[in-house]
Design a protein around this ligand. Structure first.
Ligand code: 4NP
Length: 151
């Protein structure tokens, strides 16, 4: 059975769509299914932010067909690993978990690497932040993909 990984941020239009696209590009799509969601519902049904689409395309990652959705409690059952971008996302997701098994699925994505940072900064109000966000997520996804591809 495929391993299922969910990437989570606040809006599901900037960071987690990039994380979905980047990780999916590094794994065998028969073995690993990647999705993303937001803890807030502001942008449900929207495409990713144009600045995320642009930085993705710069590195040959096409996220333009993704569609924003909100995180749901059912995601704890569906997914094996849930990676969040920052502490606020972490608190929001953990607050919805019903037991320790569900809580144990949730991790900060930058905990997968020794980057010296714990959070992927929210780039929504920072046009220049998208390049940095791409690289932080890319390095973390190298580490996640290495583990998944070793299975
Ligand atoms: P994201 O960024 O959580 O990386 O998708 C944001 C997107 C939208 C908003 C905030 C953050 N917003 O307030 O609409």
């Amino acid at each position: 059975m495929a391993t299922k990984v969910l990437m989570v941020c606040l809006g599901n239009i900037c960071r987690s769509p990039l994380a979905e696209g980047i990780l999916q590009s590094k794994v065998d799509s028969d073995a690993v299914i990647v999705d993303s969601a937001g803890t807030a519902g502001y942008h449900i049904g929207s495409k990713p932010d144009s600045r995320s689409i642009a930085v993705g395309l710069k590195y040959n990652i096409d996220i333009s067909q993704q569609c924003c959705r909100k995180f749901s409690v059912q995601d704890f059952k569906e997914f094996d690993f849930i990676y969040v971008m920052d502490y606020s996302n972490y608190d929001n997701v953990i607050a919805l978990a019903q037991n320790d098994k569900e809580k144990a699925k949730v991790k900060l994505i930058l905990d997968e690497v020794d980057s010296g940072l714990n959070e992927v900064p929210d780039p929504y109000y920072d046009d220049d932040g998208f390049e940095n966000v791409f690289h932080l997520i890319d390095v973390a996804c190298n580490s996640i993909a290495d583990k998944l591809n070793a299975n």
